[in-house]
Design a binder for this molecule. Structure first.
Ligand code: UDX
Ligand code: UDX
Length: 458
């Protein structure tokens, strides 16, 4: 039996450890966090995050071999393997502000591990970190007077929110990076041994530390770049009369390109993509690779311009003014099946519409509480309504901002009747049946598609 500890009970730490607990009943897994409220929620009936399948796994493992606690020091002392998944936000001050990762929580955690250890341990980087962070951690951890040895291993998470449990249960690959020394290889093997309880051996890759750290940043940058690429083409579709769904399907049929991550949208959000690309940009600039940095930075510029374009299209279609008009925003989460609103394009669009003095009502099946928090001061100007029918009542427009299935199954005839006329739908996710909605009477503007309106000029 091994004592496994995870520091950081967030979107990554919680689901990851729940799945490890499920498949490794012989190991004792403890998840700790400095946030008492969060730990209390993990111990309650209402888990702090919404993630399909998570409740079941937590219920079947909690208080058996999965424990949640705030007693960080005691559990560090008892642990053999420590996963660290504390957050690594973008630095908001000093050198690298706005781009580099703020590593203060990571370093603080490393020192805390050191202070509370009396036996050697394996420390696993789960958080996404800039390349060569593991080296700095090794220096700190192995700087101790009592000569304890710590092995640092990188095991990046590739789980996407909304499908986190499935991604953990059936990963495309598990990546484990470590040192090529005998002790480093033993540490890698200890982590491999955890995953082989449910992951086929051929899906577990071991590499050196730097390859593992860089692979995580590169994988997210590639995924985000696909979203920006298809969004760039969607802008051209709107100008030329091509349809982005048809174009995406056609190019995705090429096996070399593949069909995934080609959904045009109001842009990518979430805690990872922007942060990881900015980290990559900072790293390239640090090494003097200015063209490489500029290349990746453009992925973010494109993402921001897609949101601005969506807002401009709303304003110009609604006769160049939305001041005082009620607009229902369907969706606050950065993607479907999560309650997470971090970096959500829906909230960016909400803020831009508030600047135009529109009256905003947001509806979302799971993310309203987080939206209220993440909107900060702007939340005071927004109405929050869990019932999408009530949100749309007397609204001039609905904007679909998150691809919840929930919004595709509504009775749009009822909704149309309750709205101000002419009624508009701006589909920022291309999830609705546009022809059907047009037949009901709506004027439809969708990303990368010709508008379907009832105005004679169109
Ligand atoms: C985080 C990072 O954002 C991401 O870059 C990384 O890949 C994995 O960890 P996530 O789990 O989504 O992802 O973050 P979050 O939900 O904010 O959870 C982090 C938790 O760490 C929080 O609950 C926070 O209270 C906790 N924490 C933070 C500590 O326990 N100790 C600290 O010193 C700092
Ligand atoms: C991402 C990575 O997918 C995952 O491997 C990594 O571990 C963490 O970061 P996540 O941010 O949770 O996961 O969600 P993801 O499914 O990647 O979506 C990110 C954003 O891109 C969302 O806002 C989503 O709506 C958007 N997106 C995705 C599109 O706009 N179009 C697409 O085709 C795909």
């Amino acid at each position: 039996m091994a004592n496994i500890l995870c520091i950081g009970a967030g979107y990554v730490g919680g689901p990851t450890m729940a799945v490890i607990a499920k498949h490794c009943p012989q190991h004792r897994i403890v998840v700790v966090d400095i946030n008492e409220e969060r730990i209390a929620a993990w111990q309650s009936e209402h888990l702090p995050i919404y993630e399909p399948g998570l409740d079941e796994i937590v219920h079947s493992t909690r208080n058996k071999n999965l424990l949640f606690s705030t007693e960080i020091n005691r559990h560090i002392a008892e642990a053999d393997i420590i996963f660290v998944s504390v957050n690594t936000p973008i630095k908001s001050f000093g050198q690298g502000a706005g781009k580099a990762a703020d590593l203060q929580f990571w370093e603080k955690t490393a020192r805390q591990i050191l202070e509370n250890s009396s036996s050697p341990k394996i420390v696993v980087e789960k958080s996404t970190l800039p390349v060569r962070t593991a080296e700095a951690m090794e220096y700190i951890l192995n700087s101790n007077a009592n000569r304890l040895h710590f092995d640092v291993v990188s095991n990046p998470e590739f789980l996407a929110e909304g499908t986190a449990i499935r991604d953990m249960e059936e990963p495309n690959r598990v990546l484990i990076g470590g040192r090529e020394t005998p002790s480093g290889q033993r540490a890698i093997q200890a982590i491999v041994d955890i995953y082989t309880h449910w992951v086929p051996k051929e899906r577990i890759f071991t590499t050196n530390l730097w390859s593992s750290e860089l692979s995580k940043l590169a994988a997210n940058a590639f995924l985000a770049q696909r979203v920006s690429s298809i969004n760039a083409i969607s802008a051209l579709c709107e100008k030329t009369g091509a349809d982005i769904s048809e174009v995406a399907h056609a190019i995705g049929l090429d096996k070399r390109i593949g069909p995934h991550f080609l959904r045009a949208s109001i842009g990518f959000g979430g805690s990872c993509f922007r942060k990881d690309i900015l980290n990559l940009v900072y790293l390239c600039q640090y090494y003097g690779l200015d063209e490489v940095a500029a290349y990746w930075e453009q992925v973010i510029t494109m993402n921001e311009s897609q949101q601005a374009r969506f807002v401009s299209s709303m304003i110009s279609s609604m006769f160049n003014t939305i001041a005082g008009k009620r607009i229902a925003l369907y969706g606050a989460a950065f993607k479907a099946n999560t309650s997470d609103t971090r970096e959500s394009p829906a909230l960016a669009i909400c803020r831009a519409l508030l600047e135009e003095r529109a009256k905003i009502v947001i509806s979302d099946p799971h993310a309203l509480d987080n939206a209220r928090i993440d909107l900060g001061d702007a939340a005071r100007q927004v109405m929050f309504e869990s019932d999408p029918y009530a949100a749309a009542k007397e609204a001039h427009a609905i904007a679909i901002l998150t691809e919840w299935v929930h919004f595709t199954t509504l009775n749009y005839e009822t909704i149309y009747r309750s709205m101000a006329k002419p009624a508009f739908i701006f589909d920022g996710r291309n999830t609705l049946d546009h022809k059907k909605l047009h037949a009901i009477g709506f004027n439809i503007y969708a990303i990368g598609k010709p508008p379907l309106t009832h105005f004679s000029a169109s």
